[in-house]
Design a protein around this ligand. Structure first.
Ligand code: HEC
Length: 152
């Protein structure tokens, strides 16, 4: 075997082997009594914005896209989800204290405003998360209303 063929062989072998490393894609069960949109009785149009743009990384109701089943992409997807949930998990909203809720709502408004959320790389593969300016305003205003009325 010449050198190039050898390299190709090892690359393919490694690619196959890394597929065997398990990535946990199990979602934890969600309690309605803790889930943000249930607790807040969020209107349907806002709920669908949240589900389309935020819930894949910030809830226990992640829908995994096809590329999430292929390593090494699966590792990147899973790490974003783990990190996203660690910061803010809408599925356990009612377990947060008021300070945390307030901070997260404020940060949600900011991150939508400065276009860091939903993550730009995610939008490329999820057209439904690419919110229009009107939809962003709707979502920001909704968070802001909860903040103003302190009904978090
Ligand atoms: C593709 C995954 C993904 C999506 C989709 C996503 N986020 Fe995030 N989010 C993350 C990750 C990862 C972090 C933690 C790292 C960071 O701050 O960039 C985070 C952090 C945050 C934080 C905390 C920032 C802080 O400083 O603690 C807020 C608030 C947030 N996201 C809001 C949202 C909102 C609102 C949406 C929907 C409009 C959304 N995110 C969509 C992955 C995501």
């Amino acid at each position: 075997m010449n050198k190039t063929l050898k390299i190709i062989f090892w690359v393919i072998l490694c690619f196959i082997l890394i597929q065997l490393i398990p990535v946990d894609k199990e979602n934890l069960p969600v309690k309605k009594s803790e889930n943000f949109t249930d607790v807040q009785k969020t209107p349907e149009n806002i709920t669908s914005l949240l589900r389309n743009a935020c819930y894949d990384c910030h809830s226990n109701e992640t829908k995994y896209p096809g590329y999430a089943y292929i390593a090494p992409f699966s590792w990147s997807v899973k790490s974003h989800i783990n990190e996203g949930r660690e910061h803010l998990n809408f599925s356990v909203w009612s377990t947060y204290n008021d300070d945390l809720k307030k901070g997260m709502l404020e940060k949600s408004v900011q991150t939508i405003e400065n276009k860091t959320m939903p993550m730009p790389a995610y939008i490329i593969y999820h057209n439904e998360a690419n919110l229009t300016d009107a939809e962003k305003t709707l979502l920001k205003n909704y968070f802001q209303e909860i903040l103003n009325s302190r009904s978090y």
